[in-house]
Design a protein around this ligand. Structure first.
Ligand code: MRU
Length: 366
């Protein structure tokens, strides 16, 4: 997608053909900074500190992290170490485990000397597959948006989204925002309500920024506004992404998603989840019971960063000294609150049958 008119992905191979370049998302929206990863530890740190974040991008970054690890140590022990270090970076997005498993099965039966080239090859495929899946689900979702707009005969379609599930969260296109970009490109008048998404503000600092770069009309709102807008007919559809969706369609996504789904149900607003298939965890059914929910440091809640009039970016504390903070990063929306899952293979019900129908080759036999 474009930044100041120039096309970017969120992750790519550096000029030396070995290192890996990323957009440092902790610096947005005030600075556009490209960071070069040269080692396994660089890659692990980038994921943990959320220089790269968003489920599909975490997976791609982990795949490239394995490449950097293999460049230093192509032994079986080296592969296992890279797998374990990268897997420990963030617990919730299943794309991380998926990508690491893909890399391990692509490499483990090869002789050492063949592993490096194979690692870069498979990581590039993982990145390209993500782009293709998101482009395809974008078309599938754009059709839903056009149908809703046609049925409502509204002047412009109002979409609510939560967190950042745009191109910055993936390798390109994004998940929840891919349908928005595709619909916008096809000429549908569209406007996005962007939840600020406390505590890290991915909506405010990333979603609003990338929509602005693409000229998609949008408005940032505080996290608690969505219900009010729905009661007043100001939201036609909600689309969010997911970090892990279970085989029966329970959807784990950024904290606060569940409350939007409840409000959507109460107001008859369709609530869709857009996901490439590596975001499905075929091993789990009950998302509330079984998906590990990341708990992050309290300072993400008590400290906020912003730009001063002189252009400098500073962090300030906003909490009373000594108050304990709890920072749960994700929640689970049960399948019955989800109107449909938008995938690269089509749209299905958020249910075991729905997912099995689209992915008979992946669904586990119980
Ligand atoms: O903590 P983050 O910023 O990695 O969380 C990201 C989200 O919750 C996204 O909505 C999710 O990864 C879907 S992404 C395309």
């Amino acid at each position: 997608m474009r930044v100041s008119g120039k096309s970017y992905r969120t992750i790519w191979i550096g000029d030396d053909g070995r290192s890996v370049d990323i957009i440092d998302q902790t610096k947005l929206p005030h600075r556009f900074v490209i960071v070069t990863l040269r080692t396994l530890d660089d890659a692990a740190r980038a994921i943990k500190t959320m220089q790269v974040r968003g489920a599909p991008l975490i997976g791609a970054a982990a795949a490239y992290g394995v490449c950097l690890a293999v460049a230093a140590d192509a032994s079986d022990e080296g592969l296992d170490r890279a797998h374990d270090i990268l897997l420990a970076t963030r617990p919730t997005a299943v794309n991380l485990r998926w990508a690491l498993d893909e890399m391990r099965s692509a490499l483990r039966n090869l002789p050492r000397e063949a592993r490096l080239a194979a690692a870069y090859r498979r990581a590039a495929e993982i990145a390209d597959e993500d782009v293709a899946a998101n482009a395809a689900l974008g078309e599938n979702g754009a059709k839903i948006l056009r149908d809703i707009a046609a049925a409502k005969k509204t002047e412009r379609l109002n979409v609510l989204t939560h967190c950042n599930a745009g191109w910055l969260a993936a390798v390109d296109w994004g998940t929840a925002l891919a349908p928005v970009y595709k619909a916008h490109e096809s000429g549908l008048p569209i406007h996005v309500w962007v939840d600020e998404t406390r505590p890290r503000n991915q909506g405010m600092s990333l979603t609003a920024w990338e929509l602005g770069q693409h000229g998609v009309p949008h408005t940032v709102i505080a996290d608690n506004v969505g219900g009010h807008l729905m009661q007043h007919g100001m939201i036609d559809v909600v689309i969010v992404g997911t970090d892990r969706t279970t085989a029966r369609g329970d959807v784990c996504n950024k904290i606060g998603t569940y409350l939007k789904a409840l409000a959507a149900k109460d107001n008859n607003v369709p609530f869709y989840v857009a996901l490439p298939s590596p975001s499905i965890d075929w091993t789990l059914q009950d998302g509330i019971r079984d998906i590990p929910i990341e708990e992050r440091g309290g300072e993400e809640l008590s400290r906020i960063s912003g730009r001063l009039p002189d252009g400098s970016v500073v962090e300030i504390d906003i909490a009373p000294e000594g108050s304990p903070m709890a920072n749960y990063a994700f929640d689970v929306t049960p399948a019955h609150l989800v109107s449909g899952l938008i995938t690269e293979r089509g749209v299905c019900a958020a249910s075991a049958d729905g997912l099995r129908g689209l992915f008979p080759d992946r669904a586990r036999k119980e």
